[in-house]
Write a protein that binds this ligand. Structure first.
Ligand code: C2E
Ligand code: MG
Ligand code: MG
Ligand code: MG
Length: 282
């Protein structure tokens, strides 16, 4: 969406641009109110080990429980947040909500590694690592190695030094990093070697068509090999069918996530789902 250009450049009045920026400003007001009214929730999608079949973790995915419109998805509202003043506030909310949930689960004996998505501008703030440390210290029952941040391959564009520094600081606290949507950015191998990450997450667009498109199959196979070379863990997202899952296992992918295992679900469903999964597995 168009944003205010800022500065004192002269601009031609364009009604469409003006309309878009009105929508954007109003959306931000509503999102700010929703944050204050606690209307955001996290849903959780399991991550499963392809060899053992064990549930090893879950990705927290934000939803907006809108009083009139029902459940809204990130695609409905996040684009307004990116680059705005709310980006940090919403990002911090996600960190706290996930740590709170992890604490509650740990207290009932459910130990899952939680992953959260962190947006580029949030991660690249100079106070990100310090705030994360404060948050982690408020939830001492969550082992730091059980907390993973999913970041986009493109996050370091613009400020590679800052990105590496922040990642390094967070790694020193014990948290883990995953490169989300891997393959859709522009990572060079040099860049990949410089980033202190633990996991490559193969983008769902490649996984979806790998059974029919030889190029996508090649990319999935290639990323799995690359992970091996760099000694990284590799996870595939968007595995929708048993065929996807079987092929990923055959290719040596470590973990899998997708509708073929389970869709993202509300927090209260997650322990129930884990129980069912364990029963089936036995
Ligand atoms: P992502 O991190 O790559 O998350 C994967 C998305 O794919 C999720 O969509 C998930 O519900 C969906 N998905 C999972 N398995 C399948 C499958 O088998 N088939 C298909 N078609 N889709 C599948 P969702 O929840 O709508 O999130 C979309 C994106 O929004 C995320 O992509 C992430 O970039 C962003 N996002 C979500 N939650 C947060 C958050 O708390 N903070 C930030 N900064 N971004 C978030
Ligand atoms: Mg993700
Ligand atoms: Mg992804
Ligand atoms: Mg994505």
């Amino acid at each position: 969406l168009a944003k205010d250009a800022g500065g004192n450049r002269y601009q031609m009045f364009d009604p469409e641009t003006e309309r878009q920026s009105q929508i954007h400003r109003r959306a931000l007001e509503l999102i700010g109110l929703a944050l204050a009214r606690d209307e955001f929730v996290l849903h959780y999608q399991p991550k499963v080990d392809l060899l053992s079949g064990e549930v090893v973790g879950a990705e927290a995915l934000i939803r907006w429980q809108h009083p009139e419109l029902g459940l809204l998805f990130p695609g409905d509202f996040l684009s307004h947040v990116y680059g705005s003043k709310l980006e940090q506030a919403l990002g911090e909310w996600v960190i706290h909500a996930a740590l709170k949930q992890a604490t509650q689960w740990a207290q009932c004996g459910l130990n899952v590694k939680l992953s959260i998505n962190v947006s580029a501008n949030h991660l690249l703030r100079s106070d990100f690592a310090a705030n994360l440390l404060t948050a982690l210290s408020s939830y001492p029952e969550v082992p730091r190695s059980s907390f993973e941040l999913e970041v986009l391959e493109t996050m370091a564009i613009g400020d590679m030094q800052q990105a590496i520094q922040t990642l390094q600081q967070c790694k020193e606290m014990g948290v883990r990093f995953s490169l989300d949507d891997f393959g859709t950015g522009y990572s060079s191998l040099t860049y990949l070697r410089k980033l202190p990450i633990d996991t490559l997450k193969i983008d769902q667009s490649f996984v979806r068509d790998m059974l029919t498109d030889p190029d996508d199959f090649g990319i999935v196979q290639g990323v799995i090999q690359l992970a091996k070379v760099f000694k990284l863990q590799v996870i595939a997202e968007g595995a929708e069918t048993v065929e996807h899952i079987a092929l990923l296992r055959q290719l040596g992918c470590h973990l899998v996530q997708g509708y073929g295992i389970a869709k993202p679900m509300p927090a209260n469903m997650f322990p129930i789902w884990c129980n069912e999964w364990e029963k089936q597995r036995a």
